[in-house]
Design a protein around this ligand. Structure first.
Ligand code: BGC
Length: 770
């Protein structure tokens, strides 16, 4: 059928698809259930005193070791075996020196493991995770994580506190930048990719590090988008949306999990036995380590479920937290709690066993040290990694707008562009390109947009007129005049606006306003008033409300924080060496009042379908719907959306069957069905297209989302080329947590779409029979 839709001269390839793991190269997860290791652990545990055992549950963050800190004597404590792991100590010489102290002086010579938040690169800084997610490319994320692991392990780091797999549906929450966005299917695929990248095929490979899947669980659903806020959600929502990426990461072999800061239905995540023990250990059979978040054992006092540090320690260890990150409550109270019988020693043994398990799996007992380079300075940047960072950035940009209706598309720049006005506080801003969590990235390595544009334009004899215009956050307008003057002399204006990457995004960086900060919108309007074509580049760690901006400019490129190769990646995109291909993994709101905003919402009994929501209701018929009287319902740019310089068309869907059996799928006796389409590049440029598959089920025992992503694939197509994409719909794609809280396929009327975003696509119906 597909061949009929294309002329024979175009190659048709079929790209198969399966549940996220199918996207990744075949790889069995590193195993944590090695019998020889278990025997060594048992032997070692038998020799340990209670104090030595407790040492393995203690994790210090080196940043708190200054004079007067509780850890001023941390070297002393470590040498007595009273600390099991450290973070924020980097460099082979540094880690080796502390390791030597511990291995040679502690009675049982148990090595330390050194941790760090290696989030989007170590030395080579890649785009922030939300940007990496916009590539919809698990293989690329896996390779970036592998590079991060290779670089970090050279510096003695064998444990990274990444990936953050929290689903985030509220752009006010600053940590939305650290995850994959609002969808659990894409989030699961990328969670697996991160774990595979960090952990490699074997944990005892000296270039592998243990991943830490965080923050368990629900953290991204903080009320009102304010960091650390309580989370209230049903078990169904938890299992349907928030748990799947954790489950996928654990199944992929993720060897540690971090408990979150928030309360979940009134119980702090760090003392939540239901999630930490019942779900993680009993249901999922997780054998790795659970570490608390920074100080979160002690924070259960502020939450009000512990009255003092002793209670906090007791509740956390009994709930299933093995390691106390920085609260110091385990080191203070666990021995006393065991002696009084309030905590069985077996609970401590269990925690220690898990910590020792990852140390053995990493091979640290046999190889505790990291080879030191001749010059133990900062590791050099590897040009191959840097070039790859540019590719990742190029694939992460999302082209949101390119031309007003009927007008010429400003991008890519044509040969008529000689003089470019480059304006904005992020045009020549190296530090912010790195985003939050920079590990050992260095702003000095960043090539800014200004630097890259200058070298490109110099080659072609063109001109750059640079004017900063304003700061990221200020009310002062003294730079406006210079910016407007530059715009007036230019063929085109490039304006680089957005957020400060450090204090406006990531942890403790919630925003109540989602517009361009300070007076950047006013600068944009002043520049746009010159009548010159303006291309807006947005650097941000979250979706911003860009409707006002969109009404003033013909082109918008969402660049996130692109990392060390920000400038070259942008310049290659602006000049059309590559076509933008990223797509949104978060819905972009029109107003803060729409948040939380996500595509896979449940319908209401009064959906506003067919009602004109761009104006206030004119009558009762228009009013009594689920709507705002002063804003539209839909996102400004929906989940899955992103433009290209070329154009793709999708053929009508083909299905292997129009009826499938629920009981057959549940009992594994029915074959999955296949749905396919052929995507053709009908434009004149090569480009990548992200093909998305959504499903809706009706007639089920509980209401399900109006659409749900259940498959995706990134394709590369030359002009005129077609590829056939086939997806599988089976138990994994069609089951859900039903009214009896069973994860099953139910009889239903089903619709499937395949298309370029959550808002478009070729559609077909099928039936899920009994
Ligand atoms: C963050 C974690 C991070 C930890 C490192 C905390 O403040 O919430 O994501 O891994 O610090 O210590």
């Amino acid at each position: 059928m597909a061949s009929k839709t294309c002329s024979v001269r175009f190659l048709i390839l079929t790209v198969a698809f399966a549940w996220p793991c199918g996207l990744l190269r075949a790889q069995s997860p590193p195993r944590l259930d090695d019998a020889a290791i278990e025997q060594r652990i048992t032997q070692l545990l038998g020799q340990m005193t209670l104090e030595e055992k407790i040492g393995q549950t203690v994790h210090f963050a080196d940043s708190s070791t200054g004079p007067g800190s509780p850890h001023a004597d941390y070297r002393e404590q470590a040498s007595q075996g009273r600390v099991g792991s450290f973070e924020n100590i980097t460099g082979a010489a540094e880690t080796n020196s502390l390791q030597k102290l511990v291995v040679e002086n502690s009675r049982l010579h148990i090595p330390l493991v050194f941790a760090l938040d290696v989030i989007h690169g170590y030395r080579t800084i890649f785009p922030v995770p939300l940007a990496m997610a916009s590539t919809w490319d698990p293989a690329l994320v896996e390779r970036a994580s592998r590079i991060a692991a290779k670089e970090a392990t050279k510096d003695g780091i064998r444990w990274t506190f990444s990936p953050m797999v929290d689903i985030a549906r509220d752009a006010r929450w600053g940590r939305i930048v650290e995850g994959a966005g609002e969808d659990r299917y894409l989030g699961s695929a990328l969670a697996i990719a991160y774990v595979h990248g960090y952990q490699g095929a074997r944990l005892d490979d000296p270039e592998s590090m243990v991943a830490c899947v965080k923050h368990f669980v629900g953290y991204g659903a903080a009320e009102a988008g304010r960091d650390y806020n309580p989370v209230e959600m049903s078990d169904r929502m938890l299992r349907q949306v928030y748990l799947p990426p954790f489950h996928a990461a654990v199944e992929a072999g993720g060897a540690s999990v971090m408990s979150a800061f928030n309360t979940l239905n009134g119980v702090p995540a760090t003392s939540n036995r239901f999630t930490l023990t019942h779900i993680l250990r009993e249901e999922w059979r997780f054998e790795g380590v659970v570490i608390s978040d920074y100080g979160s054992v002690r924070e259960t006092i502020a939450h009000g479920i512990a009255v003092d540090g002793k209670t906090a320690a007791r509740k956390a260890i009994l709930a299933g937290v093995d390691v106390d990150l920085e609260s110091n409550e385990y080191s203070r109270y666990l021995a006393e709690l065991v002696r009084s019988g309030d905590v069985p020693e077996a609970a401590v043994d269990q925690a220690v066993r898990r910590m020792l398990r990852i140390k053995f799996a990493l091979g640290l007992f046999d190889h505790p040290y990291t080879p030191e380079p001749a010059n133990d300075g900062k590791p050099q940047l590897d040009p191959v990694n840097v070039e790859f960072a540019r590719t990742v950035a190029e694939r992460s940009f999302v082209l949101l707008k390119n031309g007003n209706s009927g007008g010429k598309a400003p991008l890519p720049f044509g040969s008529d562009v000689h003089t470019i006005a480059l304006i904005g506080p992020l045009a020549d801003n190296a530090p912010d390109m790195l985003g939050p969590w920079r590990a050992r990235g260095d702003a000095a390595d960043v090539v800014t947009l200004r630097a890259a544009l200058t070298s490109r334009v110099q080659q072609s004899g063109g001109r750059i007129l640079y004017a900063k215009g304003t700061e990221i956050l200020t009310a002062k307008e003294d730079g406006f005049a210079e910016a407007v003057a530059a715009a007036k002399q230019a063929d085109v204006v490039l304006i680089a606006l957005g957020e400060d990457s450090l204090w406006m995004t990531a942890e403790a960086a919630s925003r109540a306003h989602l517009g361009l900060p300070g007076n950047q919108q006013q600068l944009l309007e002043a520049v746009a008033a010159t009548g010159k074509p303006v291309v807006l580049i947005v650097f941000s760690g979250r979706p911003l409300t860009l409707n006002l901006a969109a009404s003033h400019v013909p082109a918008i490129l969402q660049a996130w924080f692109p990392g060390v190769q920000a400038g070259p990646a942008l310049v290659r995109t602006l000049f059309g060496d590559v076509s933008p291909s990223g797509k949104l993994t978060v819905s972009m709101p029109r107003s803060v009042g729409q948040e939380p905003l996500y595509y896979d919402a449940l319908n209401t009994g009064r959906p506003a379908d067919g009602v004109d929501l761009s104006r206030p209701p004119a009558n009762n018929h228009e009013k009594y719907h689920s709507r705002y009287v002063d804003e539209e319902n839909a996102a400004l740019f929906p989940f899955g959306f992103g433009l290209s310089y070329t154009k793709f068309v999708y053929s009508p869907l083909e299905m292997s069957t129009s009826q499938i059996s629920a009981s057959g799928l549940n009992g594994n006796t029915a074959q999955a069905m296949h749905v396919s389409t052929t995507v053709r590049n009908v434009g004149s440029r090569a480009g990548d297209e992200i093909v998305e598959l959504y499903v809706r089920l009706r007639g089920t025992s509980v209401a399900l989302p109006v659409e749900q992503l259940e498959g995706f694939r990134r394709l590369t197509l030359s002009p005129g080329e077609s590829k056939r994409v086939e997806f599988t719909l089976g138990r994994d794609e069609l089951a859900f947590w039903n009214i009896d809280m069973q994860d099953l396929v139910e009889p239903a009327s089903a619709t499937v779409w395949i298309g370029p975003s959550s808002a478009e696509g070729e559609k077909a119906d099928f039936v899920i029979a009994k």
